[in-house]
Design a protein around this ligand. Structure first.
Ligand code: HEM
Length: 494
């Protein structure tokens, strides 16, 4: 009896255990299914987010190491940029001079980099250029120091200050035109224009400057200038080595000029010129004045920014109006009225007159659009940036292509035709930026326009010129200039 009972209990126990096993199996099955579902959900999520992750813009990185550098330098750079924009769209990648780059050709993308998200992109220049110009120069900087220096620079180039320079700029223009026409020989127009723009830049920085100092600056700056575009190899006698030496001499000369001003206590009297403002500038944050070397870097920086850019534009203007006799006649007509009103130049130009030269003004605008003196600029992404679904990785160079805006038929009809009348009506916002845009936009644009208007006024009223040789074409210096600097003969009208 007892054993029968034990057997029944054992059977029951086995049944219960079997039942438990089955339950356990279903629990394990359920759990596994749940895990598998979770995994699938996670995988789908990952796949979807990988689809949404920004990708690099389209484009070609070219050959290993050299990238597309050889392609860029073996053709007109404008053709290089334009063909890529046509192939890949308004944002594309490439690899130039050892650097991965993203190039931008749409108004929105350029505005994003230069204006709305400018803090994400810092200016970048080759180290050799930074060394020759001086590391404290305004345009190498970003953020605090740059903002404070901009506040200091802007008033020196404002309408109110530069209006007082008109008589001196007129004297410099007349002198330059007399000197290039007196021999009757063919001159390199670009080189002559460089002499003029250098003198005006010196005037806008120093106001009055002793002739002996001006000559020393000119001589040494000329040597420095030749090194900007040379290979930065320090071999004895090379252009670069000579430039480095000239830059040191320029420091000494500028420190002496600063010291002389301090001795004469003329800082307060001349506080409107750039040198005076640099010397009086006390950094609110650190309570310190700029050192003489920081001042020197900024002076050299302005000479660099002002000279070749304005000379290149002037050379193009002279070519464009020379090649279009109707336009030249119309410009002469506009300028003659002012000349006559000033007793055939007996009285000087006024600011009101320089502001009322509408046709000449449009010629300047159209020349800026056509010639694209600054065809593009360089920035570097300070962190990974996502723009319109594209990734711009940290450290990559970013190049806003002003030229592509100015030659885009959607913004300027028949973009390759020189037609100043297109500026009689306004253009679409952010499509015309020859002086850049945003925090680094050119603070000297009014100076540039004023000196150009004054030179043209005297040129067309008192001189004639003839371009020698009919070869059209562009040379890069590195700014674009007409072929061989536009050889031409100038003479004074009797
Ligand atoms: C036709 C003549 C000129 C053109 C086309 C021109 C164009 C430009 C452009 C496009 C920039 C911005 C570059 C960038 O964003 O990276 C710039 C900056 C600058 N320009 Fe001009 N410029 C001209 C004449 C001048 C003159 C005459 C001066 C001085 C008197 C000057 C002083 C400067 C300075 C100091 C900067 C740096 C501004 C900064 O980084 O905050 N420029 N220029």
């Amino acid at each position: 009896m007892e054993s029968e009972a034990t057997r029944k209990v054992a059977l029951l126990a086995v049944k219960i255990l079997r039942l438990r096993d089955r339950e356990m199996e279903s629990i394990i099955l359920l759990y596994s299914a749940f895990c598998a579902l979770l995994l699938v959900i996670l995988l789908i999520k990952k796949w979807r987010s990988s689809l949404q992750r920004p990708t690099l813009p389209p484009g070609s990185m070219g050959l290993p190491y050299v990238g597309e550098t050889l392609l860029l330098y073996s053709q007109n750079p404008d053709t290089f940029f334009a063909t890529r924009q046509k192939r890949y769209g308004e944002i594309f990648k490439t690899h130039i001079l050892g650097c991965p780059c993203v190039m931008l050709g749409s108004p929105e993308a350029i505005r994003y980099v230069l204006v709305t998200q400018a803090h994400l992109f810092k200016p970048t220049y080759p180290k050799s250029k930074e060394k020759l110009i001086g590391p404290s120069a305004l345009f190498f900087h970003h953020g605090d120091y740059h903002t404070r220096m901009r506040k200091l620079f802007q008033p020196s180039f404002s309408q109110n200050v530069i209006r007082n320079l008109i008589p001196q700029i007129e004297a410099i223009a007349t002198c330059a035109l007399d000197s290039m026409s007196c021999t009757g020989k063919v001159v390199n127009t670009f080189h002559e224009m460089k002499k003029f723009t250098f003198e005006v830049a010196v005037l806008s920085i120093f106001g009055y400057l002793d002739t002996s100092y001006k000559e020393m600056l000119k001589k040494n700056y000329h040597v420095l200038d030749r090194g900007y575009n040379s290979f930065s190899i320090r071999l004895p006698g090379s252009s670069y080595t000579k430039s480095v030496t000239a830059r040191r001499r320029l420091d000494q000369i500028l420190c002496e000029i600063i010291e002389k001003r301090r001795e004469k206590k003329r800082v307060d009297d001349e506080k409107d010129d750039l040198l005076g403002r640099l010397m009086n500038f006390k950094d609110e944050k650190y309570g310190k004045y700029l050192t003489d070397y920081q001042i020197a870097d900024n002076v050299i920086g302005v000479l660099f920014a002002a000279q070749d850019t304005t000379a290149s534009l002037l050379t193009w203007i002279l070519k464009y109006i020379h090649d279009d006799s109707k336009l030249l006649e119309a410009v002469k007509e506009e300028q003659k009225v002012i000349y006559e009103a000033n007793d055939r130049g007996q009285r000087g130009l006024t600011r009101a007159q320089t502001r009322n030269m509408p046709l000449t003004d449009r010629v300047i605008m159209e020349s800026l659009r056509m010639a694209n003196v600054i065809s593009f600029t360089f920035r570097e992404a300070v962190e990974d940036v996502e723009y319109n679904g594209f990734l711009i990785p940290k450290g990559w160079k970013v190049l806003p292509l002003f030229r592509n805006l100015h030659h885009n038929p959607h913004f300027f009809t028949d973009p390759h035709v020189f037609d100043p009348s297109r500026f009689e009506v306004g253009h679409k916002p952010n499509t015309f930026m020859p002086f850049g845009n945003g925090v680094h936009a050119c603070p000297g644009n009014e100076v540039a326009k004023l000196e150009i208007l004054i030179l043209i006024h005297h040129l067309v009223n008192k001189f004639r010129w003839e371009v020698v040789g009919s070869k059209n074409g562009v040379q890069y210096n590195p700014y674009p200039i007409p072929w061989r600097g536009l050889p031409a003969k100038f003479w004074k009208e009797s």
